[in-house]
Design a protein around this ligand. Structure first.
Ligand code: GRF
Length: 189
């Protein structure tokens, strides 16, 4: 079994989608969800889906090895699904090409610090870009700069609002993220 641990800071709709996608898989399973946010909607979803979920403190992530040791024991792959903190170097080094993030735009555009959630979709709208999309990429120690695994795009029309752009992007995320994870994990054997 390839074990995935998901990190999520917010609502967790991608986390739920990934959990459900692999529910009947014989090769891949989501074993745990970790969150830095006690109010994250992902906790309710995990309770409903019967997936263990834990809250962790910044210090156990950044300053000592608590989260790293948990991951070394529990995870083959780490999936960031709406997770807002930078991954510490020790975790990146321990999981080379095993940490995958989804970014809700077409990197390298609309990436980097502060570019998360609705900030991204507002920036896309303001820029007048004619398209946006999703980027699934490996995580290195810089925000949004790891090697790109997959992108998919969607048109942005004049009548689109940041909210409608967000909805289009979410649809792409739900369609592609679990499938891209599946193919990269199975390819690695
Ligand atoms: C998604 O748009 C993801 O790409 C971004 O944060 C959002 C998380 O949404 N990084 P959800 O928590 O999965 O509903």
């Amino acid at each position: 079994m390839n074990r995935i641990v998901i990190f999520a800071s917010g609502s967790g709709s991608n986390a739920e989608n990934i959990i459900q996608f692999f529910q009947n898989s014989e090769q891949i399973e989501v074993t745990h969800v970790l969150s830095n946010n006690p109010n994250a909607g992902v906790f309710d979803r995990c309770e409903r889906l019967d997936i263990p979920a834990s809250l962790f403190e910044k210090s156990s992530f950044k300053d000592d090895d608590t989260v790293l040791n948990f991951l070394l024991a529990e995870a083959d792959y780490i999936v960031l699904a709406g997770f807002l903190w930078k991954i510490p170097a020790a975790i990146v080094e321990a999981f080379p090409n095993k940490i995958v993030n989804i970014h809700p735009a077409l990197l390298p555009k609309f990436g980097g610090k502060g570019m998360y959630g609705m900030n991204v979709h507002k920036a896309v709208k303001t820029s007048g870009a004619k398209e946006t999309g999703i980027t699934i990429h490996y995580v290195n120690e810089h925000y949004d700069e790891g090697a790109i695994i997959f992108q998919a795009s969607t048109a942005v029309t004049e009548s689109d609002t940041p909210e409608s752009i967000a909805q289009k992007v979410h649809e792409l995320e739900y369609e592609h993220f679990p499938r891209v994870l599946e193919s990269l994990i199975l390819k690695n054997g």
